[in-house]
Design a binder for this molecule. Structure first.
Ligand code: HEC
Length: 193
């Protein structure tokens, strides 16, 4: 057997493995670097992020930039009121009074706005049933939002009362600006013009 044959098995095998230096592809590095720089510039340049700890308190109306209408009112109602008064406006028997067919809703619009601005704490007769719970105040909502809400509850579930304007809400808010307690039930609300 000659030397030639003895060498053959080694030639068939792969090279022994060894560590090689394989740098990241330059394109990849550039893309990642570009994204990091873009992100930093974006965050530093964004001046409208505000104080994150307060959450996003922009109102629906402000976001939509839309005129007051039934759509906004419906959205607000679903978010702020339906939990108690229910999506059907029927309330919960004995606990949350109905808004459907309630004269507090369809009657005096200034009274309704006052209920929304300051809330109620005390006995109130709604459609023959006396409720004595706590209706929260909604004065943190804007005039536009309260007008949309009032208009919505006055024109839904068979209610057919006139729309409430932003001006009405604004003047009612100004008129009772010094008040800091809820209305003491139906008796006091009766005195509201
Ligand atoms: C935490 C539960 C709760 C939420 C949320 C709530 N209400 Fe009320 N609401 C009540 C209670 C309870 C009363 C009755 C108050 C009482 O017994 O003194 C009431 C009374 C009322 C009344 C007068 C009585 C009637 O039924 O007509 C109106 C009008 C009203 N709420 C509208 C609203 C609107 C509009 C919203 C949303 C902005 C809302 N409420 C959100 C609990 C709530």
């Amino acid at each position: 057997m000659s030397d030639r044959y003895r060498k053959q098995p080694r030639q068939r095998e792969y090279e022994d493995p060894d560590e090689t230096v394989r740098p990241l592809p330059r394109v990849f590095v550039l893309v990642v670097l570009g994204m990091v720089i873009w992100g930093a510039v974006y965050i530093l340049g964004a001046d409208n992020l505000g104080d994150a700890s307060t959450g996003d308190s922009r109102t629906l109306t402000a976001l939509a930039g839309a005129p007051v209408g039934e759509v906004n009112g419906a959205q607000l109602y679903a978010g702020k009121c339906a939990g108690c008064h229910q999506a059907t406006g029927q309330g919960v028997a004995g606990v949350f009074p109905p808004l459907a067919a309630s004269s507090w809703v369809t009657g005096s619009e200034t009274r309704l706005v006052q209920i929304l601005l300051h809330g109620i704490q005390g006995p109130i007769d709604v459609n023959g049933t006396v409720y004595n719970g706590l209706m929260p105040a909604w004065s943190t909502l804007s005039d536009e939002e309260l007008a949309a809400l009032a208009t919505y509850v006055r024109s839904t579930w068979g209610n057919a009362a006139t729309a409430v304007t932003v001006e009405t809400v604004a003047s009612e808010r100004a008129r009772t600006a010094s008040r800091s307690t809820p209305w003491q039930g139906g008796a006091e609300l009766e005195t509201v013009p």
